[in-house]
Design a protein around this ligand. Structure first.
Ligand code: NAD
Length: 336
């Protein structure tokens, strides 16, 4: 006797914060022509100042796409959505360090309470895999060398402290309840659709408008730059092949001081240092250098950043040049 097996149902993934910078890239990538093809996605997003429905226009009519406007701190809504999904990829957060220095309350509410609300509901609903997106900033600041995932968490800003707290809460649900939680900690992302308060899009859009760019302190703070496409690749490797309860660093491999980065952006936008750069007082508690050791994700999951930084930066500048209608209203609303 032959039995007819029905085709496997696509994985139903709840993506929080999917209208933001990284989340929207992730959703467009999974539902795009190069995507895995076996997923259906619901975006849960509150649409704060950083959430932009236009970031999802490309996938709005995809049969596997749904959007819910709502708050990750809303237990009833979150419980209902968990019951309808198999996996969670959690991006939603307050994400801008400078705003957390002005006031940390919303960072604790969304990043800590929101993550707890989600993970607790995920546990109760029997979610298969929960990927928690975090940041290299939870490790603190490092003058030399790079952090492995086992390095103690020593966050310095209200933003990174709230993210570190959310990592610990997420991982506690693995240790306590056996929930399949996977945490990613990435370096600084860049690419198109990046909210123009962050340094690369802020500097590009200021320069395109003939305005000065504000360089913090002595410009010597060092960051590792990760192209958004490489980050998305890393996240999906962790979702599909990572191990429960594990943390994976994701880096891009291009380390630059803010001064070096500014020089490259001036060159790309045809501006010069003397007329376009304004040194401003340093950010309070400014971490000097971040650097993640990506050996684990490379050796275990085959991750490899592919985007050449010069090419990625040129494409990013070209995108902002050609998409003023995307960023001009955002800058105006945020008074940037
Ligand atoms: P973003 O600020 O562009 O987007 C955040 C999204 O979350 C927005 O769409 C916003 O509307 C949504 N959101 C905020 N509060 C919410 C709430 N209470 N309920 C539901 N939705 C809410 O951020 P991003 O740059 O895309 O970052 C995504 C994640 O990656 C964050 O967790 C951030 O900490 C982490 N991260 C970002 C970077 C980076 O370079 N951008 C680096 C390391 C880690």
């Amino acid at each position: 006797m032959t039995t007819l097996s029905s085709p496997a149902r696509p994985a139903r993934i709840l993506v929080t914060g999917g209208a933001g910078f990284i989340g929207s890239h992730y959703v467009r990538s999974l539902l795009g022509p190069q995507g895995p093809g076996d997923v259906a996605i619901t975006v849960l997003d509150k649409l704060t100042y950083a959430g932009n429905p236009a970031n999802l226009d490309e996938v709005r009519d995809h049969p596997g796409f749904a959007f819910v406007q709502g708050d990750i701190c809303d237990p009833a809504l979150v419980a209902k959505l968990m019951a309808e999904h198999d996996e969670v990829v959690h991006f939603a957060a307050e994400s801008h360090v400078d705003r957390s220095i002005d006031g940390g309350a919303e960072f604790v509410r969304t990043n800590v309470v929101g993550t707890h609300t989600l993970i607790d509901a995920a546990h109760r609903a029997g979610i298969r895999t929960f990927v928690h997106i975090s940041t290299d900033e939870v490790y603190g600041s490092i003058d030399e060398g790079s952090w492995p995932e086992t390095h103690p968490l020593q966050p310095n800003s209200p933003y990174s402290s709230a993210k570190a707290s959310s990592d610990l809460i997420a991982l506690s649900y693995h240790r306590t309840h056996g929930l399949d939680v996977r945490v990613t900690r990435c370096s600084n992302n860049y690419g198109h659709h990046h909210f123009p308060e962050k340094v690369i899009p802020l500097f590009i859009t200021n320069l395109l408008d003939g305005r000065k760019v504000p360089l913090y302190g002595d410009g010597g703070n060092v960051r590792d730059w990760l192209h958004i496409d490489d980050h998305v690749q890393g996240i999906d490797l962790v979702r599909t092949k990572g191990r429960p309860g594990e943390v994976y660093n994701i880096g891009g491999g291009t380390e630059l001081s803010n001064k070096e980065l500014t020089g490259l952006l001036l060159e790309a936008c045809g501006a010069d240092w003397d007329t376009s750069v304004e040194y401003v007082a340093d950010r309070k508690g400014h971490d000097r250098r971040y650097s993640v050791d990506c050996t684990k994700i490379r050796t275990e999951l085959g991750y490899e950043p592919r985007k050449d930084f010069a090419a990625g930066l040129a494409e990013t500048v070209a995108w902002y040049r050609g998409n003023r209608d995307w960023w001009e209203p955002l800058k105006e609303r945020a008074a940037l």
